[in-house]
Design a protein around this ligand. Structure first.
Ligand SMILES: Nc1ncnc2c1ncn2[C@@H]1O[C@H](COP(=O)(O)OP(=O)(O)OP(=O)(O)O)[C@@H](O)[C@H]1O
Ligand SMILES: Nc1nc2c(c(=O)[nH]1)N=C(CO)CN2
Length: 132
């Protein structure tokens, strides 16, 4: 978990962010994973009244296996933000993210870089087990 200064907004208009990255193994297809992510945001009373406004929780799917998608509903991997510096804790997963924080500060709690397994490109259908 990293506490980071807000980027992409007027300085002093938002409190700091707590950014974290989790690496998951899941049987959910990407669209279902996104639905779950939105449900978790709702459970934390996330409101969307302002683009990049302060939020209780923002869950992004940074990447999903080796899938690539240009769908605005679920873009994979997430495009790197144009307004944020490239150096970030999210970079520790070797994956650019939409929410890359402004710098690579020390983690608040001990966090181990999960790294990424090197796998051949694959599609959702061929690469993941089906749900039961
Ligand atoms: N990889 C992704 N992970 C999460 N959401 C995504 C992804 N790709 C596209 N989206 C879409 O982005 C939409 C807007 O997300 P959200 O409201 O969290 O954006 P925002 O807070 O304005 O900024 P940010 O995109 O930085 O989170 C979501 O409804 C979702 O469908
Ligand atoms: N430090 C930091 N700044 C942000 C972040 C974020 O996750 N961390 N997310 C934003 C929009 O999603 C805008 N600005």
């Amino acid at each position: 978990m990293y506490e980071t200064e807000p980027w992409g907004v007027e300085p002093g208009t938002q409190p700091s962010y707590f950014n974290a990255v989790a690496v998951l193994r899941t049987t959910l297809p990407p669209s279902s994973l996104l639905e779950r992510a939105h449900a978790v945001e709702e459970a934390f009373h996330r409101v969307r009244d302002e683009h990049w406004g302060p939020r209780t929780l923002d869950v992004d799917i940074v990447s999903y296996a080796d899938l690539h998608s240009d769908d605005p509903q679920l873009t994979l991997p997430t495009p790197a933000p144009t307004s944020a510096p490239s150096s970030s804790p999210r970079g520790t997963t070797s994956t650019p993210g939409r929410n890359s924080p402004a710098a690579a500060p020390s983690p608040i709690s001990s966090a181990r870089s999960p790294g990424r397994a090197s796998r051949p490109a694959r599609t959702w259908n061929s690469g993941c087990p089906s749900s039961r």
